[in-house]
Design a protein. Structure first.
Length: 766
């Protein structure tokens, strides 16, 4: 059988179309910089493509140009993307530009290209060419087997935690022998490396690989077999990479090895849109491109074809505060348009109300709901918007995620409540029977189910009776008895305990909250936030019966469809999308930038949060509205919030602060909006009274200076006894280093909370 990879019979590269027939039509319509990026085909090139600057067009046109001019045959070009959708679109656009089919291209995602190489050389890593690629569920099951074989308790060393750790190692290009003791940490009492090695051995025995292996095995082959690496280096005369800022270390190493022969690598990306560090993306890859590839040419695409000048200026004002960036300034020839609107509200409920009112006004101006989006930092924020839209009958979709009440953790919690209120709800009881795991497996459930059917009773009745007999194993019997006793106790306390407190108690005593706190899956913190938002939501109802009835009606309404819908999604999920009008709620310290990110990542995380703000603003074509709430219920507690530092970084010439009543638009396009007083209702100590102003400058109860640009309150001008360089402690923000002193105001770089301005009376020497 002939080798499909044998290239000996192919003719030399020739132009696909007449290269001497004048400029090809696909170059028409490109601006000067875009055309430069297309035609600079030789040598390493980094195309810094800002939001809305036509980077997809440049990349596809460049690929078409390489083929059209005969610089390479299709199978000599490697083009990698991050999604199958992007690969399909690129191929379609290339064929459209060349007006003919293009076959044999190495075009696809990193994983698709990796598996294509790996199947040819599988035996070099102990696999057969027909190896199986495991999905996430299979991966978890296999890890459980490895953990059990090592004699470890799955509860103390959860398989999902191990999966997350191994995924991270593979993203970093680490095989088991390259994992250091510091990398392994204290997972499973320091046995993480050994478990990783055992897991890889099991994969080989099963003739299987997971997604991380598809590139990791290629790296192993390239490192150990220089002849094979040389073959692919020779083959790929040109390499094109989309969304380079999202590449992880393994992907970076894979690309760098392949590009060493011809050096014709073109990476297109935007360092200002690198927002996936939490899943392995390394912004440093794009920042060090010129160092990695000597003689690299950097081309900046800065003309934006999407947004208005005010929107671009606002986004640029924020992102300019980042130090880890290559720098570019977006500009546009689009009409000036509306300034970015900034608005303070009392709480999350009012935020949802005013945003819904603005959307209704946009509807009255014939703006399609499909062209309106609400972009949140944390998924729990969606609930109040969903509730508001449902009450108004306004159709909406949750993009890239589930509606609030469809989330697994909310369905699980509601199942507990359904069993509490209606013990005969067999479907709800089945859902939580072994959630969290309590040694009640499939066999135990089948035993209870058979008993219930035979006796003609509900599952809960059967469970209460069967724990008094010997049908179940002792451990399962004890676990089930404890569960039934818990439900009995919860029902007895229902009359005496406020229902939000009761639900919080159920989630804690059942072990459900602990289950997610111990889970290292990246989604676990979001699930915990959603559960806390659920507790908050319960306060809006008289009792659990009313709440459960509401949920049933909501779920029924969610099955309805409409031609046009408002899009509701996270900022991370919005990358690559664009809308006429974008609402950006929740711009408050601790929520955005997110406190957990700051605590775990410090300055690096802050810069990624700032890039996220930049991405959010640049999703808007015509209208961007930023809101922040003075009070918000987070972690089941009311917090008095500070406006996000990003709000203060917005350039004042490009924003409108909404207060009292506002008129937006001009001439025939103007429309009025009733807007409440936006003075931030903090309790200000001393002489700092309530003031209207842009964001009101004053001091809150933590001694935090609230910065503004217009009207403000000056602090006491008395000189402080503190000096720059001193270490101090703040009750809320912890330890920090004084950067500067102005009167009695201190600018402090806190170890975990970032840089903040506070009054000296609220700190003490450390």
């Amino acid at each position: 059988m002939s080798d499909p990879f044998d290239l000996s019979d192919f003719e030399p590269a020739t132009p696909l179309r007449g290269a001497d027939a004048g400029p090809p039509p696909y170059l028409a319509g490109l601006n000067d910089v875009q055309r430069e990026a297309v035609e600079a085909v030789d040598g390493p090139v980094l195309v810094l493509a800002g939001a809305g600057t036509g980077k997809t067009r440049v990349l596809t046109t460049r690929l078409a140009h390489i083929l059209h001019t005969g610089r390479a045959r299709p199978y000599e070009v490697l083009a990698v993307t991050f999604t199958n959708k992007a690969s399909k679109q690129m191929k379609e656009r290339v064929e459209s530009a060349l007006q003919q089919p293009v076959e044999s291209l190495w075009l696809g995602t990193f994983h698709a290209m990796g598996v294509r190489i790996l199947r040819r050389h599988a035996e070099l890593v102990g696999l057969k060419p027909n190896f199986t690629i495991l999905d996430r569920d299979d991966q978890i099951r296999l890890m459980k087997q490895v953990i059990e074989a090592a004699g470890l308790d799955d509860k103390k060393a959860p398989a999902r935690n191990l999966a997350a750790i191994i995924d991270r190692w593979k993203d970093q290009g680490h095989t088991p022998d390259r994992v250091t003791a510091s990398d392994a940490g204290d997972f499973a009492f320091g046995k993480g490396q050994a478990l990783y090695a055992a897991y890889q051995e099991r994969l080989v025995a099963l003739n299987a690989a997971d997604f991380g292996d598809l590139l990791l095995h290629c790296l192993t082959i390239f490192r150990k077999h220089s002849d094979i690496l040389a073959e692919y280096q020779q083959r790929f005369r040109y390499i094109l990479v989309d969304e380079y800022q999202d590449a992880n270390v393994a992907q970076y190493l894979w690309l760098r090895l392949l590009a060493q022969k011809h050096h014709n690598i073109c990476c297109v990306g935007d360092d200002d849109q690198s927002i996936y560090g939490w899943r392995g993306a390394e912004v440093g890859n794009i920042l060090r491109f010129e160092k990695d590839f000597e003689g690299a040419k950097v081309i900046r695409l800065e003309q934006n074809y999407r947004s208005t000048p005010h929107i671009l200026a606002a986004a640029s004002g924020i992102i300019s505060k980042n130090e880890s960036r290559m720098g570019k300034t977006l500009w546009t020839q689009v009409n000036e348009g509306e300034k970015v609107r900034v608005r303070g509200v009392w709480d999350g409920a009012e935020e949802a109300r005013v945003v819904a009112e603005e959307i209704e006004l946009l509807q009255s101006r014939k703006v399609s709901l499909d062209e309106i989006a609400i972009l949140v930092r944390a998924s729990f924020q969606t609930r109040e918007f969903e509730e508001r839209f449902l009450s108004l009958g306004m159709p909406y979709r949750v993009v890239g995620g589930q509606r609030f009440y469809e989330n697994k953790e909310i369905r699980d919690a509601n199942a507990y409540l359904r069993v509490l209120v209606q013990p005969d709800d067999d479907l709800a009881f089945e859902r939580i029977f072994n959630v969290p795991k309590r040694s009640l497996g499939t066999k135990a459930f089948q035993t209870v189910q058979q008993y219930a059917r035979h006796a003609g009773m509900s599952l809960t009745q059967a469970a209460s009776e069967i724990v008094t007999t010997d049908e179940l194993r002792p451990q399962a019997r004890r676990s089930l008895a404890t569960l039934m006793e818990n439900f009995d106790r919860w029902r007895k306390t229902r009359a005496d305990l406020p229902h939000p407190d009761l639900v919080e108690t159920i989630l804690e005593e059942s072990g459900y909250t602990d289950m997610w706190q111990a889970d290292k899956d990246p989604k676990a913190p979001t699930r915990l936030e959603n559960l806390k938002e659920l507790i908050h939501a319960l306060e809006e109802f008289e009792n659990l019966d009313e709440y459960l009835e509401h949920v049933s009606l909501v779920m029924d309404n969610e099955n309805s469809s409409a031609d046009e819908m408002v899009s509701l999604m996270t900022l991370h999920g919005a990358k690559g999308l664009e809308f006429d009008a974008v609402f950006l709620p929740g711009w408050e310290e601790g929520l955005f930038p997110h406190q957990r990110a700051l605590d775990e990542g410090g300055t690096t995380a802050l810069e990624e949060e700032r890039r996220l703000a930049h991405v959010g603003i640049t999703r808007a074509r015509k209208l961007a509205t930023i809101t922040f709430a003075a009070n918000r219920r987070v972690f089941n507690q009311w917090n008095a919030n500070l406006p996000s530092r990003f709000v203060d970084e917005l350039p004042p010439d490009h924003i409108d602060v909404l207060s009292d009543a506002g008129v937006y638009g001009s001439g025939e396009n103007a429309y009025e909006s009733e807007v409440k007083d936006t003075a931030i209702p903090f309790n200000i100590p001393g002489d700092f009274g309530a003031r209207k102003g842009r964001f009101r400058r004053g001091v809150n109860n933590d001694g935090m200076v609230i910065d503004g640009k217009a009207q403000h309150v000056e602090t006491d001008s008395a000189e402080s006894t503190f000096a720059p360089g001193g270490r101090v402690f703040h009750q809320k923000f912890g330890y920090g280093l004084i950067l500067s002193v102005s009167g009695n105001r201190l600018e402090i770089s806190f170890d975990k909370a970032g840089t903040k301005k506070v009054i000296d009376q609220f700190v003490e020497s450390a």
